[in-house]
Design a binder for this molecule. Structure first.
Ligand code: FAD
Length: 353
């Protein structure tokens, strides 16, 4: 069976890879517009706040996190997978009150400042408290996408799709990130994030730092080669502007947390858009027949079937966790194309909107 995947971001490529492994004839179409993966920090952090309120999402995040070591190993090249773990940090008493709610639910024991500085000597003496989350790891999304592109050499075609009727395949998988809304009418909205990259001597930090600093959330993701990713703003905006305020807030929080960073080179300032959904959970599954969202905007015709016997499957709206969710999304969607149905998918059906 031939399958066309629309979107060569981390989700589309991961699905395409798994489909090729199952013997499908796969083509990936990509518009070349910047995807969220290009700026993403690559934190593999299943313990966020939204997960507590949604047990099915929590399970999806945790199961995907468990699949990451094998996924990274199977790619067969260095993708920056690093299991040193994450330090959650709070700078002030107010920051601690805020962070402690999440840490208590994660059942992580509180560490004193001296214990934290033993783990991470470059931390500011102002840091009031923190936790060590060993299961929260990191990967480099740029390396992952490069490795996936290598695996899919010859199958990726530069082409922007304006309507799904342009795609000629028995199965179409729409994995176009924020572009999914225009193709399907589903409620995927861009959530702007500004991200910085600093460069200096490797080894200043050993762990991912996920901190609240004077009321602002900031994370620092150190790579082995001396890059530190500092992120990220969260703005309900669609523009691509790097703002003075955004850069200021991120740098201020980063340097308050790790004063030594003041001497580092600022090598990159970028903007990306997280593909958000109304309930912060991804859209995974077939477009329902006669679904209202499959109407005029999408030109899909009668829902999941386009023309004779074609099906349309969606894998989008991964919001803040698309890197973390790539392995499980790829397995579930490739299985669905292959006629399998995992009950976990029911919670994420696009038809819920
Ligand atoms: C600032 C920031 C930080 C983040 N940090 C993390 C993190 O630490 N951990 C984590 O797990 N996630 C993180 N994310 C989220 C993650 O990047 C996304 O959830 C993920 O990239 C979504 O993958 P995707 O493949 O669906 O979309 P994208 O990565 O956006 O890729 C979509 C692709 O589809 C293509 N496309 C779009 N429309 C069309 C069309 N009409 N025709 C053809 N091609 C099309 C685009 O060109 C693009 O290549 C972050 C995101 C941002 C913005």
């Amino acid at each position: 069976m031939n399958v066309t995947v629309v979107g060569a971001g981390i989700i589309g490529l991961s699905i395409a890879w798994r489909l090729v492994e199952r013997g499908f004839d796969v083509t990936v179409l990509d518009s070349g517009e910047p995807g969220a993966w290009q700026v993403a920090a690559g934190m593999l952090a299943p313990g966020g706040e939204s997960a507590f309120e949604q047990p099915a999402l929590a399970r999806l995040l945790e199961e995907s996190n468990e699949r990451w070591p094998a996924f990274a190993a199977e790619l067969g090249v260095d993708v920056g997978y690093d299991d040193a773990g994450t330090l959650g940090l709070a700078m002030t008493a107010d920051d601690l009150a805020d962070a402690a709610r999440v840490w208590t639910r994660q059942k992580l024991p509180l560490l004193r400042p001296s214990e934290l500085r033993e783990l991470e000597p470059a931390l500011s003496p102002r840091v009031r408290a923190g936790v060590f989350a060993p299961a929260e790891r990191q990967v480099d999304p740029r390396k992952v996408v490069a490795a996936l592109r290598e695996r899919l050499a010859g199958r990726i075609v530069a082409k922007r799709i304006n309507a799904l009727s342009e795609v000629d395949a028995e199965t179409v998988v729409v994995a176009a990130g924020c572009g999914t809304a225009a193709l399907t009418g589903l409620p995927v909205r861009p959530v702007k994030g500004q991200v910085l990259r600093l460069r200096g001597e490797p080894g200043l930090l050993r762990h991912v730092l996920d901190a609240t600093v004077d009321g602002r959330h900031v994370y620092l993701v150190p790579r082995a080669d001396g890059e530190i990713v500092v992120g990220a703003t969260q703005e309900e905006r669609t523009d691509w502007t790097v703002t003075a305020g955004g850069v200021h807030d991120l740098l201020h929080a980063a340097i308050e947390l790790v004063p030594g960073l003041a001497e580092w080179e600022l090598v990159e300032t970028t903007v990306g858009h997280r593909p958000g959904t109304p309930d912060n959970a991804p859209l995974l599954g077939r477009l329902a027949d006669d679904a209202p969202h499959a109407g005029s905007g999408s030109q899909v015709g009668s829902g999941s079937r386009v023309g004779s016997g074609r099906q349309v499957i969606v894998a989008a709206g991964h919001h803040r966790n698309g890197v973390l969710l790539a392995p499980i999304t790829a397995d579930l969607i490739a299985g669905l194309v292959d006629g399998e149905h995992d009950p976990l998918l029911e919670h994420f059906a696009p038809g819920r909107f």
